[in-house]
Design a protein around this ligand. Structure first.
Ligand SMILES: [Mg+2]
Length: 312
């Protein structure tokens, strides 16, 4: 039986705080490739001790097996292995969309508001129920937002100074701007902070949920207004932006950490689960568990020299 071979790129990315690839790991990596008769055509160092590209040829019938084996090896070794089709789409991105909470920023905004309002325990109970699949995103959002009724509408102003951006978020978005790549934050959180994050990072688009404000403008009513930005809507928004920018979906990427980011990762040409929950990492097109969002540029095929130029 003749099966066709396809060109892929396999990128190994070592953690920031533990650079280098041990001989044992490299041997295990090649053992996986050899077991599936994968041919390695060329190798490129993207970053000394941190990132390396292997151009490989895999028989179509072996791709699934190779991906699974590399995923297992990656988890065991604590080194990210990104497996993606070779070709121009890898480098020539047109749009990158990001989740906000625990992706572009380190916190979950709903938890910050809850702390502000002293309803942390109630909110985390609802969050846990949503994570266990007992209630869906829309239900959990409306229940959590309901707990925020009566909070001063100035809450977002006071939260801004507490927001911590994820390492590499500023450099990555700066680099993408320089490359002419459109960027967006698509958040299941709230628009005042998503707009602020958009302005801070120079993003092209921001979409999130709107919290209703009382008629006199002083407090939150505990309700949202308009369409709830859930996982499905994030996927739709990605498509809408791509259409507006006249971009083929193959040139789009979605980055997020939660299960409600999986749909947009599926809609996009490629997806990156960034420091995501294990179940999300398993289902996402790729995973990155390093400290910095800037490492996404290795996934796009840029080397350290090019990255330095892009961030300056
Ligand atoms: Mg998130």
């Amino acid at each position: 039986m003749v099966t066709s071979s396809l060109d892929y790129v396999c990128t190994l990315i070592a953690p920031t705080d533990k650079p280098g690839f041990s001989e044992e790991f490299i041997n295990a990596f090649f053992a996986v490739l050899t077991a599936s008769a994968v041919a390695v055509n060329s190798t490129r160092i993207l970053s000394k001790d941190r990132a390396v590209d292997y151009d490989i040829q895999v028989s179509a019938s072996e791709i699934f097996e190779v991906k699974i084996s590399l995923f297992e090896l990656s988890n065991k070794a604590g080194i990210d292995i990104v497996f993606q089709p070779a070709g121009d789409a890898r480098r020539s991105k047109g749009l990158v969309v990001f989740d906000m909470d625990s992706t572009l920023i380190q916190q979950e905004v709903i938890d910050m508001i809850a702390a502000y309002a002293n309803v942390e325990e109630e909110v985390s109970k609802i969050t846990a129920a949503a994570m266990n699949g007992e209630i869906d995103f829309n239900q959990s959002l409306s229940q959590r937002v309901g707990l925020l009724a009566g909070i001063p509408s100035t809450v977002f102003e006071s939260l801004k100074s507490q927001i911590v951006f994820t390492p590499g978020a500023r450099q990555l978005t700066h680099a993408l701007n320089k490359l002419g790549v459109k960027t967006a934050v698509l958040s299941g959180g709230f628009i005042p902070l998503a707009k602020w994050v958009q302005a801070e990072l120079g993003l092209d688009y921001a979409h999130a949920n709107t919290l209703e404000i009382s008629e006199d403008g002083t407090q939150l009513t505990g309700r949202t207004l308009g369409t709830v930005v859930n996982g499905h809507v994030k996927g739709q928004l990605l498509e809408e932006i791509a259409t507006k920018e006249n971009l083929d979906l193959s040139r789009t990427v979605a980055v997020g950490d939660g299960s409600n980011d999986l749909i947009m990762m599926g809609v996009a040409g490629f997806g990156v689960a960034f420091n995501a929950k294990p179940a999300v990492q398993e289902k996402a097109p790729s995973k990155l568990n390093t400290e910095s969002l800037l490492d996404i540029l290795y996934i796009f095929g840029y080397n350290d020299e090019e990255i330095t130029e892009l961030i300056n």
